[in-house]
Design a protein around this ligand. Structure first.
Ligand code: HSE
Length: 341
């Protein structure tokens, strides 16, 4: 099937899940980047209908999302969860509207491109009505790996993530605040959002466990990276950990290339890459840190060094705002790529 609906120069854009942490960030990113929308429609469940959200100096009134909401809409940015995306897919695409979906519902489907615009923008043209936004921890890793992959094929990646509460949504961020206060006051901690307390703790468990002992979050980093980078044989070993940080995921990445690349070449490739900021000067204790990069757009890379325990190995540290590049910004960048040139 080919998608034969022309995109107007000024599309009507819907944000589905507009009151969630990612939805709110999507509105901010649309506004800040001056997305040329004819109109923005804020959609959410009936519970949130009627709420007012600030937008461009005025307000958007949240409407209840129904299948009819997508008539006359050109692009729908979805951040309402996989079940909602599945339930609304047909209504959205039948209306001639392109769904850019932040959930895991369709990411690995053959007819759905999985896109990070700095890495595989060419895949956008292959869509049949749905384009998937990858998982946040995958997005920042592939943005940082792409400049290295342009120098030499990547053979293997070993990554450990340090994922902020924001990855689990606003309620999880609220719980980190609340538990921290309870902990400092010597009170019992209320644990609802994670398997264990997150305040003053690290939890090596994100999403469900799979039969091989890995978690689904770790599996996503493997298969999504292979799909986005068009590298089905790329080996990825991931350990995903939730840490008591509000927003911004961090990753310790170890990469093995297929042929030699100098540290200087790796450094200049990263420094010049779209969407990457190199923040790397040990002499001045300069490196990216999640607590200081909230609200930033780029993927920050630091601590770049040779891994001399393997042939052609590098290791580095990488931080990005999960709600921005890990979700809302990546989705809006995909939408920008849909605009007529
Ligand atoms: N799955 C990620 C997390 C959110 O739990 O941190 C990515 O959008």
């Amino acid at each position: 099937m080919t998608w034969n609906h022309a995109m107007p120069e000024r599309p009507v854009v819907a944000v589905a899940g507009a009151t969630g942490a990612v939805g709110i960030e999507m509105l901010k990113v649309l506004e800040r980047r001056g997305f040329p929308a004819a109109r923005i429609v804020a959609l959410a469940s009936s519970r949130s209908a009627g709420k007012r959200l600030p937008f461009a100096g005025g307000e958007l009134v949240v409407e209840e999302m129904t299948p009819a909401s997508f008539e006359g809409v050109d692009i729908a940015l979805f951040s309402a969860g996989a079940g909602v995306s599945k339930a609304f897919r047909k209504a959205v695409t039948d209306a001639g509207c392109v769904m850019i979906d932040n959930s895991s519902a369709f990411r690995m489907d053959d007819d759905v491109p999985l896109v990070v615009p700095e890495v595989n923008p060419e895949d956008i043209a292959l869509h049949e009505g749905v384009i998937a936004n990858p998982n946040c921890s995958t997005i920042q890793m592939v943005v940082a790996l792409k400049p290295l992959m342009d120098l030499a094929p990547i053979e293997r990646v070993v990554v450990a993530t340090y994922q902020a509460a924001s990855g689990a949504g606003q309620a999880a961020m609220d719980e980190l605040y609340a538990q921290s206060e309870q902990f400092l006051a010597g009170e019992d901690l209320t644990v609802e959002q994670f398997a264990h307390r997150i305040a003053f703790n690290c939890i090596p468990h994100i999403d469900i466990f799979l039969e091989d002992g890995s978690t689904k979050e770790e599996w996503k980093m493997v298969v999504e990276t292979q799909k986005i980078m068009h590298a089905p044989d790329l080996q990825v070993a991931a350990t995903c950990v939730r840490v008591p940080v509000l927003r911004c995921h961090s990753e310790a990445i170890n990469v093995t290339l297929a042929s030699p690349v100098s540290l200087e070449d790796a450094r200049s490739a990263l420094a010049g890459a779209a969407g990457v900021s190199l923040m790397d000067d040990p002499a001045t204790k300069t490196y990216p840190m999640p607590g200081l990069l909230e609200g930033s757009d780029d993927v920050y890379v630091g601590r770049l060094r040779v891994d001399s325990t393997v042939k052609n190995g590098f290791q580095f540290w990488c931080v990005a705002d999960q709600l921005r590049k890990g979700a809302a910004l990546n989705a809006v960048q995909i939408a920008e790529n849909l605009l007529p040139r």
